[in-house]
Design a protein around this ligand. Structure first.
Ligand SMILES: [Fe+2]
Ligand SMILES: [Fe+2]
Length: 143
């Protein structure tokens, strides 16, 4: 039996304001990943929904986001670009494990979606926001 407010308790994925980087291309990418995670989450009980292919699409979106972010960092001469690329590669290893397991078991769980969400937030808070600091420090971004 569902308790009142349960769907609210079990969701929802979003980017907190403190996780906004301030660069439209980056923030839009993060938002589209979160929107896609949320789309799968709200369909978890829907048997007709293609959870595994949709989750694989999220991985592709993340992959192109990482490449776009790395290009932006290089073009801004960000001194920690290579370290950030390594962080992305480690993140991808984790992400591919999650989607690989989903493909093997032919199902996606709320836990899988939370894992993907956590990896995105981890990249934002432990890496992307350092790029924002650099842009502020070099007067290329204003608060
Ligand atoms: Fe990012
Ligand atoms: Fe990143």
């Amino acid at each position: 039996m569902k308790r009142a407010g349960e769907s609210r308790i079990r969701g929802a994925f979003f980017i907190p304001r403190s996780g906004l980087v301030g660069i439209d291309e980056i923030d839009d990418d993060h938002q589209s990943v979160v929107d896609a995670l949320e789309e799968v989450r709200v369909h978890l009980e829907d048997k007709a929904y293609s959870h595994v292919p949709k989750t694989r699409e999220i991985v592709q979106t993340l992959l192109s986001h990482f490449r776009r972010e790395e290009d932006l960092m290089r073009s801004a001469d960000y001194p920690h670009t290579e370290a950030h690329c390594m962080h992305h590669d480690q993140t991808l290893g984790h992400i591919y494990r999650i989607v690989g397991n989903a493909e093997l078991s032919e199902k996606v769980t709320l836990g899988d979606l939370r894992d993907l969400y956590r990896t995105l937030l981890d990249d934002i808070f432990s890496a992307d926001l350092n790029f924002q600091n650099y842009l502020f420090a070099t007067n290329r971004l204003r608060g």
